[in-house]
Design a binder for this molecule. Sequence first.
Ligand SMILES: O=c1[nH]c(=O)c2[nH]c(=O)[nH]c2[nH]1
Length: 307
Amino acid sequence: MPTILGPNQYGKAENRVVKITRDGATHHIKDLNVSVALSGDMAEVHYSGSNANVLPTDTTKNTVYAFAKEYGIDSAEQFGIHLARHFVTSQEPIHRARVRIEEYAWERIETSDADSRFVGADEAKHSFVRTGRETRLTQITYDGERWEVVSGLKDLAVMNSTDSEFWGYAKDGYTTLQEAYDRILATQVSGRWRFNWTDDEQRTPDWETSYEQTRKHMLQAFAETYSLSLQQTLYQMGARIIDHRSEIDEVRFSLPNKHHFLVDLEPFGLRNDNEVYLAADRPYGLIEATVLRDGCEARIPVDLTNL
Ligand SMILES: O=c1[nH]c(=O)c2[nH]c(=O)[nH]c2[nH]1
């Protein structure tokens, strides 16, 4: 049976790089997990084992660390763009690079003492605590002509303890769900947003500001939407981002509906006045949708676990 090689890519995954920038005694941290996937003229290594076109994955790893020193890490996006450009433009057989980065947030430890080791009165200059915040994400893809920058986040847990209803839904013989006029709405946001950035237009956003503002608009929309369904809330979250951030054309969310069930306390002679809930972990409703700037194309993959 003749066979041929299908799609393939290779590179070093999960390069953990921590970059300390020393501004005198005040230090700054960037903590990234960088995965590089390269593709191009790689048939021969699969067919015959000739490694002539193969830049070793070990070199890919070394480049990540060397670039952290040589160019610094202003933002995950800028760092990923730099790496992707390097692999595609420096190695003729490499036609496409995809760089995925996760970023973990650290914040300064607050201190009670004011002395020279501290920034201001109460922030340590070189002592940090990893925040319980979400994981920030970015993916940069470059094929020598086109760039695609998709950033986002995962594991951002949010809850509204009121202003959420769910009723008026379709019912059939298997429907048992009671209509809810005041329920908890909770989810763990996984979101991705695609930038309209291209290298030639010199319209490069400040990636750090863009992330903080996008996150802020998303959270404000979650908090401020009186929700009739998680679907409606999702749309508002996406629309708020598109309305406020001109650098973003597409937003996709995957939102697990983290169900909170009122516990029946009647057997104990107690009235549960919307106070005591069982937080169920599974199964969960899974609400997923893309919100687009009018006229733009949906390009973020439907399944966010693939991004
Ligand atoms: O916001 C919701 N959307 C649904 O589609 C749904 N389905 C369900 O059982 N509960 C909910 N809640």
